[in-house]
Write a new protein. Structure first.
Length: 324
C-alpha cells in the first residue's frame, strides 16, 4: 500500500510538471506572435485596425437598433405648392399628369383648371393626392423640372404639420372607449334591475357615439398622413418685345409724323367725347336755352311797350308850291 501511494504521488508530480511545461510553451508562442505583429509596418496594421473598428461599429449599431425602435413614429401632414413658368403649359400639364400617374399608381387627381390669358396661351392648375412614401421623389422631380426640361421655377412652398400628439392621443382615447364599451356590454348582460339596464344602455349609447366620432377623426388623420397634397400651377413664359431702335440724337421725320398723328387722334378723341356729352345732355340744354330766349324776347317786348307812348307823333304840314 505504501509503495502504491508513493507511485501515485510521483504520477501527480509528473502531471503537474507536464502542465507547467505546456502552459510555458503556450505563453511563449503567444508572446512570439505578439512580437511578430508588433514588427508590422503601419500600412500593414491599418486593415486590422479598421476591421476592428468595423466590428465595433457593427456591434454598436446592433446595440443601438433596439433603442431606435423604441422611438415613437412621427405623423406629418404635408402639402406642396409649385409654380412653374414653361413654354407650352398644356403640353407640360399632360406630361406631369402622365409622370405622376406612372410614379404613383395610387395617386388621385383633384381636378385641373385651364384659363386662357392670351391667344392660345393658358394658365393651368393641377392638384394631386400622392402617397407619402413616394412624395419625396415627386418633390425632387418638380423642384428640378425646369432645370432639366427648360423654363423657370417661380415658387416652391412646402407646408408641414406635425400631428403626432393628436394621432397618438386619438388612438389612446379610442382604445379606452372600446375597453369601456366591452365592460358596459358585460355589465348589461349581468344586470337584472330595469333601472340598471336603462342606465347602462344610456351610457353605452354615449360611449358608442364617442367611438364613432373618434374613429372618423382617426380615419381623416390616416388619410392626411398617408396621402399628401401636391398643387402645381403652370404659367406661360412671356417673351418681351425689344423696343424700336430710334436715333435720339437726330431728327426723325417718321417719328415726328407718328407723334403728329397721335396728337391729332388724341384731340379727335377729346372732341368726339365732348360732342357725345353735349348730345346726351341736350335734353337739358335745349329746353333751358329755349326758355332763356323766350324770357329775353318777353323782356324786350315789354320794354318797347313802355317806351312807345312817350314819343309824340310828328305833324306833317304841306307847303304851297311856288307855282301857285
Amino acid at each position: 500500500m505504501t509503495s502504491m501511494k508513493k507511485h501515485s504521488r510521483w504520477l501527480l508530480c509528473l502531471v503537474g510538471l507536464a502542465s507547467l511545461v505546456v502552459f510555458a510553451v503556450f505563453f511563449s508562442a503567444c508572446g512570439g506572435s505578439a512580437a511578430m505583429n508588433s514588427t508590422f509596418t503601419g500600412s500593414e496594421a491599418m486593415p486590422v485596425h479598421s476591421a476592428a473598428q468595423g466590428a465595433a461599429g457593427s456591434s454598436t449599431s446592433k446595440q443601438s437598433a433596439p433603442s431606435n425602435s423604441n422611438i415613437a413614429q412621427q405623423y406629418l401632414i404635408k402639402s406642396l405648392n409649385v409654380t412653374l413658368a414653361v413654354k407650352d403649359t398644356r403640353q407640360v400639364a399632360a406630361q406631369l399628369q402622365s409622370w405622376i400617374s406612372a410614379t404613383d399608381p395610387h395617386a388621385t387627381s383633384a381636378g385641373a383648371s385651364y384659363t386662357e390669358i392670351n391667344n392660345n396661351q393658358y394658365n393651368v392648375s393641377l392638384t394631386f393626392s400622392v402617397q407619402s412614401t413616394l412624395y419625396p421623389n415627386i418633390y425632387v422631380y418638380l423642384r428640378d423640372y425646369t432645370a432639366q426640361h427648360g423654363g423657370q421655377l417661380v415658387s416652391l412652398t412646402e407646408h408641414v404639420q406635425d400631428v403626432t400628439n393628436d394621432y397618438i392621443d386619438t388612438q389612446s382615447r379610442l382604445k379606452n372607449l372600446r375597453g369601456e364599451q366591452q365592460r358596459l356590454l358585460t355589465l348589461l348582460g349581468q344586470a337584472q334591475a330595469l333601472n340598471d339596464i336603462l342606465n347602462i344602455e344610456q351610457r353605452l349609447t354615449d360611449v358608442e357615439g364617442q367611438i364613432e366620432s373618434i374613429e372618423a377623426h382617426l380615419n381623416a388623420l390616416n388619410g392626411q398622413v398617408t396621402f399628401y397634397t401636391v398643387a402645381i400651377t403652370l404659367q406661360p413664359i412671356s417673351t418681351a418685345v425689344p423696343p424700336p431702335n430710334t436715333n435720339a440724337g437726330g431728327w426723325n421725320p417718321g417719328q415726328v409724323w407718328q407723334s403728329a398723328v397721335s396728337a391729332v387722334a388724341a384731340v379727335s378723341q377729346v372732341l368726339a367725347t365732348l360732342f357725345i356729352w353735349l348730345l346726351v345732355f341736350s335734353v337739358y340744354i335745349i329746353p333751358v336755352a329755349c326758355f332763356a330766349l323766350v324770357v329775353r324776347w318777353l323782356r324786350k317786348r315789354r320794354l318797347m311797350q313802355r317806351i312807345a307812348p312817350k314819343v309824340a307823333p310828328i305833324a306833317v304840314t304841306s307847303t304851297p308850291s311856288q307855282s301857285d
